[in-house]
Write a protein that binds this ligand. Structure first.
Ligand code: 4AD
Ligand code: MG
Length: 464
């Protein structure tokens, strides 16, 4: 315990009849017949602690300043609560007011603010019910992820955030430079920017994925994972895309796509189950107030087997449907969100793993199938969200990998160390990337990915 008195969570589990101290912020205040009722929150759990201030206990002068948003310490006695739903409340003996919150200008007064408005006050929204629950779930999910991999003996590796290599080869990277943008050095002959005097003496970027470095570690530690921030400069203004998001990337050696899919399913079920147990009140709140399918969907995921289809089978299903697609379905084009949702929500009604995508729409590192057209890719699609995991078996054969790099117009020299892994003790291996915030959307039923990360970064927006 870091301060005397205990958290609201601890106090709510105490036996009535003892003195205690609570520190927190006043969420609501109600006055009735000279008695004041304060709801105190310290973020430790979904419930507030009700504090009853009887007439004459605290000078009226001081009581006037204790309004929604103000910060207090209350010393008092825990007593049995007549209110439904909670065992104890506190009868105040004295209140110390740390900071007031002017009721006229404090923006979190009323209930029923829109998510858009709350996003504009991201410095205060963690104090609201919804965002209290969101960030407790986020914390529990991060912990569950580490627990899963640590229990299974995976090594946690910190992959770099600043990098010179483009993992996805998709050109959606944020450049990082210390060059003077008003006065860029140029190569004499070509007129191109001369990076030799830049900080890293070559073009550098924020990473889009830790996978390539995770593969290095899997070739020494067998089973590893990264869990860190990744960055994508895609100009996609959608409820599912962030410019800065967190990704979990396990990489397993001596393993194929089947092992990879099995790991993904077991992993998702474990972490969802953990969060449902640890954050019961928060999940119940989401189910009641945000999306009434949250609980049933999560229970369904935990208890049912994921569906498996190949990309080609998926395209056949989509072509046969009588849906009016915004993006036409054609073998060779990537599945769009509307297609992914149709497969999971209308056809299979559960998570679906789609495998063996056309090689043209997937990254260079995915293992080539014998048909010459497809690769050992797998995407896990979830109802409501679409793609939450992207992964593959990796190309472990040096000659095939070189051909794939050439086909995608990528320089072998930039990937020399990645190719070395295929020269020295190569083994079949596989891995995947889970978008942390996509899974958060799933767990909470929140509609916009900007509302499941503390401080969202999206095109045109990097406040706080
Ligand atoms: O499918 P992606 O691009 O796969 C990779 O980056 C691989 N290197 C992963 C691997 O095999 N180790 O991204 C993985 C996941 C997606 O399935 C999605 O959940 C999430 O990352 N994601 C995003 N989440 C939020 N905002 C974005 N802009 C995202 N782009 C991808
Ligand atoms: Mg993907």
């Amino acid at each position: 315990m870091i301060r005397p008195g205990g958290t609201v969570r601890e106090l709510l589990n105490q036996i009535p009849g003892q003195n205690a101290t609570v520190h927190g912020w006043v969420k609501t205040r109600r006055d009735s017949k000279g008695i004041h009722f304060l709801h105190i929150s310290d973020g430790s759990c979904f419930s507030d602690l009700q504090v009853v201030v009887e007439e004459g206990i605290v000078p009226e002068e001081q009581m006037r300043s204790i309004t929604t948003g103000s910060s207090v310490r209350v010393d008092g006695e825990l007593v049995e609560s007549p209110a439904a739903g909670q065992k104890v409340e506190m009868k105040a003996h004295s209140i110390h007011l740390y900071g007031t919150a002017d009721p006229v200008s404090y923006p979190l007064q009323k209930k029923g603010h829109t998510m858009e408005f709350l996003r504009e006050i991201a410095h205060l929204r963690p104090r609201s019910n919804t965002f209290g629950s969101v960030f407790r779930v986020r914390n529990a999910l991060a912990h569950a992820i580490h627990t899963f991999f640590q229990n299974e003996g995976f090594l946690y590796v910190h992959t770099p955030i600043l990098t010179a290599s483009d993992c996805e080869g998709a050109g959606a990277m944020f450049g990082v430079t210390t060059l003077d943008l008003m006065n860029l050095p140029r190569e004499k002959q070509s007129g191109k920017i001369d990076y030799s005097s830049d900080f890293f003496a070559k073009p550098a970027f924020l990473t889009v994925s830790g996978q390539l470095e995770a593969e290095i570690f899997a070739m020494a530690f067998t089973n590893v994972y990264t869990f860190g921030p990744t960055f994508r400069a895609e100009n996609s203004n959608t409820p599912r895309h962030l410019a800065e998001f967190w990704m979990i990337e396990p990489e397993i050696a001596f393993a194929d796509l089947k092992d990879d899919m099995e790991l993904a399913e077991r992993f998702l079920k474990f972490v969802i189950n953990e969060v449902m147990n640890r954050c019961e009140d928060d999940i119940a709140f989401f189910d009641k107030r945000i999306d009434n399918t949250v609980l049933s969907t999560l229970n369904n995921v935990v208890s049912s087997d994921f569906e498996h289809v190949t990309y080609t089978e998926a395209v056949n299903i989509l072509e046969k449907s009588d849906k009016d697609w915004e993006f036409p379905v054609k073998w060779g084009s990537d599945l769009q969100s509307e297609h992914e949702r149709y497969l999971t929500e209308d056809v299979f009604k559960k998570p679906v793993i789609v495998t063996d995508y056309p090689k043209e729409i997937k990254a260079f590192y995915m293992r080539a199938n014998d048909d010459g057209k497809t690769v050992r890719a797998m995407d896990v699609l979830a109802p409501r969200i679409g793609e939450i995991i992207g992964g593959s078996q990796r190309e472990e054969r040096l000659d095939v990998l070189k051909t794939r790099l050439a086909e995608q117009g990528l320089e072998e020299s930039a990937y020399w160390w990645y190719l070395d892994l295929r020269r020295f003790g190569t083994v079949p291996h596989a891995g995947f990337g889970l978008g942390f915030e996509r899974l958060m959307l799933y767990l909470t039923g929140m509609k916009n990915i900007r509302d499941v990360i503390p401080f969202p970064r999206t095109p045109g927006s990097a406040d706080f």
